[in-house]
Design a protein around this ligand. Structure first.
Ligand code: PEP
Ligand code: MG
Length: 308
């Protein structure tokens, strides 16, 4: 069985009826890019950059970050690499940022909100990313965007970072795509508006489920309610995919459900273009895609939107 799976390490995959679905990897450390490649990743769909900022007493320098991003881009040899900007706050605290204790940290100063409040920290990361962009196919992704205003602010800081580098005479790619995670219900509900302002979406179902069903993803007492197939979740996913496609933008899923063989056919039925999964799951998810028929899955969509 292992041998049978291995052939997927070197091939792209299509559904039974010929639709291409991209399979990318989620990584948290630069070293994992190697494992992703070995397992047949066609790109990195989510590089969580938090590791660079955690378990230390001061933020990483621009050069230190640049080296980490460059390493991943080089390892991926021109394949797409979606690097997510800092997503801390929530359950991930960083002592040197002096985040005040919050009663509801997941609803507080987290991810893009935190970065917009720490502009220099954010701009340093963006400059490191821009500098690394000449070493591969970089796409920048902002986490936890909830409103069009936050996206506009994030993009304007990215623009500032570009201008500063230009002044310094430092090179960066002029083809960097910018995308956002869709992981709050608000973002999914206005995804038609947001789609005009970005190159791609990636649905973060771990948080989308938490915020939509009002279930703390870290609280074991309510984990029995954490249901990815709740029609409220599936409606938001469908809405997001439809809105993106109307504007000609691609949609990935990078939450844990993309690594679940039982859920993948449903996502394909909804029209998802890319799945970003744990490196260890790439081969089996590729196999599942080849066994899936889009038309059959599409015919089940309405049922999923109604029944739990
Ligand atoms: C998500 O929320 O689905 C996601 C991929 O981001 P994280 O798990 O890092 O919050
Ligand atoms: Mg998330």
């Amino acid at each position: 069985k292992k041998e049978e799976l291995k052939r997927f390490a070197v091939t792209e995959v299509k559904t039974k009826d010929g639709r291409k679905v991209k399979v990318y990897a989620n990584i948290a450390f630069p070293d994992e890019a190697e494992i992703a490649i070995k397992n047949g990743a066609e790109g990195i769909g989510l590089f969580r950059t938090e590791f660079l900022f955690m378990n230390r007493s001061s933020p990483p320098s621009e050069d230190e970050q640049f080296a980490a991003y460059k390493a991943v881009l080089e390892k991926m040899e021109g394949k797409p690499v979606i690097i997510r900007t800092l997503d801390v706050g929530g359950d991930k605290s960083i002592p040197y940022l002096n985040i005040e204790n919050e009663l509801n940290p997941f609803l507080g100063c987290r991810a893009i909100r935190l970065c917009l409040g720490h502009r220099e920290l954010f701009k340093t990361q963006l400059k490191a990313l821009l500098r690394a962009s000449v070493y591969g196919n970089l796409k920048i992704m902002f986490p936890m965007i909830t409103t069009a205003y936050e996206l506009k602010e994030a993009k304007s800081i990215l623009q500032e970072a570009k201008e500063e580098l230009k002044k310094q005479g430092i090179e960066f790619s002029d083809k960097i795509e910018v995308g956002i995670m869709i992981e709050t219900p608000a973002a999914a509900l206005v995804s038609d508006i947001l789609a005009d302002e970005v190159d791609f979406f990636s649905i973060g179902t771990n948080d989308l489920i938490q915020y939509t069903l009002a279930i703390d993803r870290t609280n074991e007492k309510v984990s029995y309610l954490y249901d990815p197939l709740n029609p409220a979740i599936l409606r938001l996913i469908k809405m997001t995919v439809d809105n993106a496609h109307k504007k000609g933008k691609e949609v990935g899923v990078c939450g844990e459900i993309a690594s679940d063989e039982n859920i993948v056919p449903i996502l394909i039925g909804f029209g998802v273009d890319e799945l970003s999964v744990n490196p260890a799951k790439i081969l089996s998810i590729k196999k599942k895609i080849t066994e899936t028929d889009c038309n059959i899955e599409k015919s089940k969509v309405n049922k999923y939107l109604q029944i739990n």
